[in-house]
Design a protein around this ligand. Structure first.
Ligand code: DQA
Length: 147
């Protein structure tokens, strides 16, 4: 059996749907999980969908993924802009990494314009809303099948 793609979500994304809906929309993280699972089923992938508010937990999951996953789709949320440690963990992985942001970080405050994770990601999707997760799963399937 092929290994799942880990879909990792960083801090405050547990509040999706309640938190600043004018920026992040009204869908919940559970809705996003369903979108990812449906996109994965269509492309023959399996996803392991997780969220944490803790940087160390995200790093532990990335390290776990080195053996257990075939790729990572990650919305590191605010840690995108601060965490060299998450970048280092992703740099220790040999498989594709795709970064997702629900909002267009480049249209927002200047401190959101730089993401450490982008230096490692095969693809970066921002500003497509929760649909960005579907694009990320589809792109991951294409990368893993060599297309
Ligand atoms: C976010 C953008 C980040 O700047 C922010 O800190 C988030 C969510 C997004 O999905 O648009 O928490 O990653």
């Amino acid at each position: 059996m092929t290994k799942p793609v880990y879909v990792l979500n960083g801090p405050n994304l547990n509040l999706l749907g309640k938190r600043q809906p004018e920026i992040y929309g009204s869908e919940t993280l559970e809705d996003v999980r369903n979108l990812c699972e449906a996109a994965a089923a269509e492309t023959g992938l399996q996803v392991d969908f997780r969220q944490s508010n803790a940087e160390h937990e995200l790093i532990d999951w990335i390290q776990e993924a080195r053996e257990a996953a075939s790729g990572i789709v990650i919305n590191p949320a605010a840690y995108s802009h601060t965490s060299v440690a998450i970048l280092d963990a992703l740099n220790a992985c040999d498989f594709p990494v795709i970064e997702v942001h629900i909002s267009n970080i480049h249209k927002r405050e200047s401190f959101r314009h730089h993401s450490f994770v982008s230096a490692r990601a095969e693809a970066v999707i921002a500003g497509c809303g929760t649909q960005g997760y579907i694009f990320a799963v589809q792109k991951m399937a294409a990368l893993l099948s060599g297309k």
